[in-house]
Design a protein around this ligand. Structure first.
Ligand SMILES: NC(=O)c1ccc[n+]([C@@H]2O[C@H](COP(=O)([O-])OP(=O)(O)OC[C@H]3O[C@@H](n4cnc5c(N)ncnc54)[C@H](O)[C@@H]3O)[C@@H](O)[C@H]2O)c1
Length: 316
């Protein structure tokens, strides 16, 4: 079975590729090595994957002509390439819309031309925006994303739905909730706090520290993608949007306390005004992921933090 992973050099893509190779899949990966963070980190991840003879890599930008992919055969696409980063999207909306929306349309059109119709898409909890509901539910229709990033992911979902309706694509959109773990992107809250603490610098908190995130450990997310692959390979003309989270709201204060205890370092906390583009709380309703995929996140927040910290010190 052959899988094409876009954004394979990224945090999630590289770990997913390694996992699927271990399961015996043949993996083709593409990435443009953009400079949202150090491309050398991406290069190292790809070099590691290239040790497996079943892995093939093509440096390619999804906004360009995709003909170089003609020599690649694949049964299913896992589409992870994109510009993440909520704050980044406010300063760079054109880059974010290009990589998240236009690139997705370009990929879908290319697939249609080649008669390929199965795709799993990495969407985001950012599509929900600020909701009154405690648990975010896939059936909510009045979505109002707060950032260009959230809007771009919602537009991409709508584009995918259009290809399902018009051209009978089979699609799963996974709305990922705050993925964290080894080799995580440096722009996210856990790497930033750990880096500040070990270098004994203050940490900056937007708001009063009571905002919550549904932190989801990377290997649980990888498991959700694997279950989605297995489901989609046996489905035709299928469309589903599914939350992938733990359904546990962790406050930023709790995160800081756990890190202070685990690292045995205490640094000053500097509180800043809350940022209007970030939701105050995110927590996934996971009934659908359980009923459709048979998925349940296994890693507790404490276990996940331990694994991140261990990786951090081994790779510092
Ligand atoms: N990490 C999270 O918490 C999280 C949460 C929700 C959704 N997501 C989504 O999951 C996906 C992967 O996230 P990640 O954390 O691994 O990010 P990442 O930045 O580490 O990986 C994304 C990869 O896509 C590549 N890329 C971007 N634009 C491209 C283009 N036009 N052509 C080819 N390659 C391109 C980048 O070079 C990068 O290697 C993203 O789409 C992101 O929006 C991530």
């Amino acid at each position: 079975m052959k899988i094409l992973i876009t954004g394979v050099a990224g945090f999630i893509g590289s770990r997913l590729a390694k996992h699927l190779l271990g399961k015996g899949f043949c993996v083709y990966g593409i990435d443009n090595y953009n400079n949202f963070y150090d491309p050398e980190i991406k290069n190292r991840r790809v070099q590691d994957l290239l040790n497996n003879k079943q892995f093939f890599f093509l440096k390619l930008d999804l906004v360009n002509c995709l003909n170089p992919l003609n020599k690649v055969d694949f049964d299913i696409v896992i589409h992870l390439a994109g510009s993440p980063g909520i704050r980044y999207s406010v300063d760079n909306p054109e880059i974010v819309y290009s990589n998240n929306v236009y690139a997705t349309e370009n990929l879908l059109r290319y697939m249609q031309d080649r008669g390929k119709t199965k795709i799993i898409f990495a969407s985001s909890s950012s599509v929900y925006g600020s909701m009154n509901d405690t648990l975010l539910n896939e059936d909510i229709t009045s979505l109002s994303p707060l950032s260009p990033y959230g809007v771009s992911k919602l537009l991409a979902e709508q584009l995918l739905h259009k290809f399902h309706k018009q051209f009978f694509f089979s699609i799963i959109c996974l709305r990922l909730f705050s993925v964290y773990g080894p080799s995580q992107r440096p722009d996210l809250v856990i790497p930033k706090f750990v880096e500040a603490m070990v270098t004994e610098k203050p940490i900056y908190v937007y708001g009063d520290g009571n905002a919550t995130r549904d932190f989801t450990y990377i290997d649980d997310v990888i498991h959700a993608f694997t279950l989605s692959v297995n489901l989609l390979l046996n489905k035709n003309d299928f469309f589903s949007i599914i939350n992938i989270g733990r359904s546990e709201a962790v406050t930023i204060h709790f995160l800081i306390d756990r890190l202070f205890i685990k690292l045995k370092i205490i640094v000053p906390i500097i509180y800043q005004d809350p940022i209007s583009i970030e939701a105050l709380s995110t927590c996934a309703n996971v009934e659908k992921s359980s009923s459709i995929l048979g998925f349940k996140a296994k890693t507790t927040f404490d276990e996940g933090l331990n694994m991140y910290i261990k990786w951090f010190f081994n790779n510092k």
